[in-house]
Design a protein around this ligand. Structure first.
Ligand SMILES: Nc1ncnc2c1ncn2[C@@H]1O[C@H](COP(=O)(O)OP(=O)(O)O)[C@@H](O)[C@H]1O
Ligand SMILES: Cc1ncc(COP(=O)(O)O)c(N)n1
Length: 281
């Protein structure tokens, strides 16, 4: 009997439903994989900001990881908000113990409203314990700068930062361009340890409905990897998914609204064109 691909997200809960665990599970569902979750922290959050963060105890995280690891065949997984060094270490330990492959590390650091979702002292733990296990790391521009100490101002510094991330032990990196200054395009830069590189370019959409874009993008890559897609193909689908999710806004909340997780499948169903993604090798 054919089994549904099973995935795992290890991340924080967003009570507003647009980012974190909630965004990941919605994305998994939309892309046809089964999603499990380990909650690292509960945030009291909505589209206007993060009001409070309640990290889970290491024991609560360990037992969730065990519950998932002992029962499910995880084909791909992602990490999001990990908050502190202890949670990062526990997560890395379980990934190694269960031999989970296809790890997508979204090195979540700061929420759009400015709240710290990773303690500053945890950046080192992320570099030491988690990046060496990563099949793909998906930093946005400020996260890539924090991981590498390189200020990204042009395509050359972007390449150097990507190389530096790979030197920390990850197999591949995508530096996402949502925070870039180009008014026309949102460009994501891919670099693999085997030397392959690519630029995924989409038309920049003028919107403030961007809450959870990074989580959604990484979850979409994870879902596609779980289905056995090749890495660059998985990234292209993720880019199409986020482009559709940004193109059909839900207009929910008073601040940075969530993206529309249902838009990609809706557009495929209705055969509506999504803004084309250009890929430059
Ligand atoms: N305004 C936008 N228009 C089109 N794509 C965007 C826009 N903002 C972000 N993206 C895309 O969404 C994904 C998440 O990127 P980014 O916003 O940089 O991450 P994060 O949410 O982690 O800060 C990337 O593929 C990026 O190119
Ligand atoms: C629990 C949680 N995890 C992650 C994010 C980052 O969201 P974004 O994808 O917009 O960077 C968030 N705001 N809340």
């Amino acid at each position: 009997m054919k089994k549904t691909p099973q995935t795992l997200t290890i991340a924080g809960s967003d009570s507003g439903g647009g980012a974190g665990i909630q965004a990941d599970l919605k994305t998994f569902q939309e892309l046809g994989v089964y999603g499990t979750s380990v909650i690292t922290a509960v945030t009291a959050q909505n589209t206007t900001g993060v009001n409070a963060i309640y990290p889970m105890s290491v024991q609560a995280i360990q037992t969730q990881l065990e519950a998932v690891g002992d029962d499910f065949d995880i084909s791909a997984l992602k990490t999001g908000m990990l908050f502190n060094p202890e949670i990062i270490q526990e997560t890395a330990k379980a990934i190694q113990q269960y031999g989970w492959k296809n790890l997508v590390v979204d090195p979540v650091m700061i929420a759009k409203g400015g709240a710290n979702l990773l303690q500053p002292e945890a950046v080192e733990a992320l570099k030491t314990h988690l990046l060496p296990l990563a099949f793909l790391v998906t930093p946005n521009i400020p996260e890539a700068e924090a991981l590498t100490g390189i200020s990204i101002t042009d395509v050359f510094s972007r390449r150097r930062a990507a190389e530096r991330v790979l030197s920390l032990g990850a197999q591949a990196v995508v530096i996402k361009g949502g925070h870039g200054t180009d008014p026309e395009y949102a460009e994501d830069y891919f670099l693999h340890l085997n030397g392959e590189s690519a630029v995924f370019r989409a038309a920049r959409i003028a919107t403030n409905q961007t809450h959870g874009t990074g989580c959604t993008f990484a979850a979409a890559v994870t879902a596609q990897l779980a289905k056995g897609r090749e890495l660059k193909e998985a990234i292209l689908t993720a880019k199409e998914f986020i482009q559709a999710a940004l193109s059909d806004p839900l207009n929910i909340g008073k601040g940075h609204g969530p993206t529309n997780h249902g838009a990609y499948q809706m557009r495929r169903h209705e055969k509506t064109e999504v803004n084309k993604i250009e890929v430059f090798q």
